[in-house]
Design a protein around this ligand. Structure first.
Ligand code: CU
Length: 189
């Protein structure tokens, strides 16, 4: 028995239908890709552990940079980078759910009316840190300081760590600020 010999009406119909279905699925995929490219998609909150926050129309955050280079450091050294955030909108911006990507990385937010607690990974933050919310009024600036302490989790080489948090800026529902360092030698010492 050879498949190629099948000549019944049923087989012929099937042979015609399968390529049709494949073409329809492919066309659907292309149409979706075209749609996604043409219609602006809302910013993706890519961190499932950060709960969506209701956005405030008119809240608008300007961030001076999203990455900072800490350069070369030894395992014993501590390095920090500061990021400047400004509310360029007409409504207050609220920050919440601040957490870092690793236990060796800490973050603090300095607001005009005071400093936040020190943040670490969500699982290591105490209740005060995990429920902390900060408000930045229009025209005001906040400084986010990210501190990397490689000795707490010794590694060598190229290291990237970050802090992320939710904001009420519709354009920045989740802000991620990253630091990079090159850790030299002695990691296992
Ligand atoms: Cu770490």
């Amino acid at each position: 028995m050879q498949k190629a010999n099948a000549t019944s009406a049923g087989s012929a119909a099937k042979g015609f239908l399968i390529p049709l279905v494949v073409i329809a699925v492919m066309a659907g995929g292309v149409a979706m890709a075209v749609y996604r490219a043409a219609v602006p998609q809302p910013p993706q909150a890519s961190y499932s552990e950060i709960a969506p926050v209701e956005a405030t129309v008119g809240a608008s955050l300007a961030i001076d940079r999203e990455e900072a280079e800490l350069g070369e450091m030894t395992v014993e050294e501590v390095a920090s980078a500061t990021f400047r955030l400004k509310n360029t909108g007409t409504q207050p911006v609220e920050f919440s759910q601040v957490r870092t990507s690793c236990m060796c990385t800490f973050a603090k937010i300095a607001l005009p009316d005071g400093n936040s607690p020190e943040f670490n990974m969500a699982m290591h933050n105490d209740a005060t840190a995990n429920t902390w919310k900060g408000v930045l009024a229009p025209g005001e600036e906040a400084l986010v300081t990210v501190t990397y302490k490689p000795s707490l989790m010794p590694v060598e080489g190229s290291v990237a760590r970050n802090v992320k948090f939710a904001t009420t800026d519709p354009q920045n529902p989740v802000v991620e600020l990253g630091v990079h360092a090159t850790v030299k030698g002695g990691a296992t010492g």
